[in-house]
Design a protein around this ligand. Sequence first.
Ligand code: MG
Ligand code: MG
Length: 269
Amino acid sequence: MIHYKSEEEIELIRQSCLIVSAALARVAEMIRPGVTGLEIDVAAEEVIRDMGAVPGFKGHHGFPATLCISRNECVVHGIPNEIPFEDGDIVSVDCGSIKEEFYGDSAFTFALGDVKDEVLRLLEVTNESLYLGIAQAVDGKRIGDIGFAIQAYCEREHHYGVVRELVGHGVGKNLHEAPEVPNYGRRGSGTKLKEGMVIAIEPMVNLGVRQVMQTNDGWTILTKDRQPSAHYEHTVAIGKEAADILSDHSGIQIAVKNNPNLKEILKKN
Ligand code: MG
Ligand code: MG
């Protein structure tokens, strides 16, 4: 069942998303080779609690941390650990918060130091595909239009692998609500999008094959061929003319630009 949100509820979700965005901007300031996932996890939790919210992932189905930190061949759901990041890593950081009962959810993949050109391009294309998906998040379109836009760009144009097993989702008083928002699909298929729907769009795109596997920690998802994978996510409200992007990556992008250890993720379309 889809929970349609009132304007007031959408504003609460926006507040929660902006707290997530602030936590990710803090991550963007401090992430570099030598820093560990546990260190950025602590910093993100501090931002969230200072802003009067609680981490949205910690304790969710038993997940142990504030952030999902997924390096290189890890697609999503990586658990923060004590292993320092290295020059050349790509690191997806996914964050959630709960503020006045409502979740926010957003993710960004960072490029640390000397990342290979083909991997940097994977990050750029995945980020671009997120906005192509968001452009379809308009009243009267369908869920399949979002997935089609992402899949066509990533697979047809760039020959990457779009992950099938994990998908975007509705967001509200639950972290994952109906409808599911796949990053693949057929134009004009699936649930009709209406104002009042709030969804997380989150392409997970692999440099190599689309297939993934789960490790025996019960969380970590890896690419089957161990090639790198990228992940970007916004929570958006379906709009009449255009989607209303409730999370905000602009603070992250500024912090990335100012952090000499990171490569900028430029949008080329
Ligand atoms: Mg997320
Ligand atoms: Mg999500």
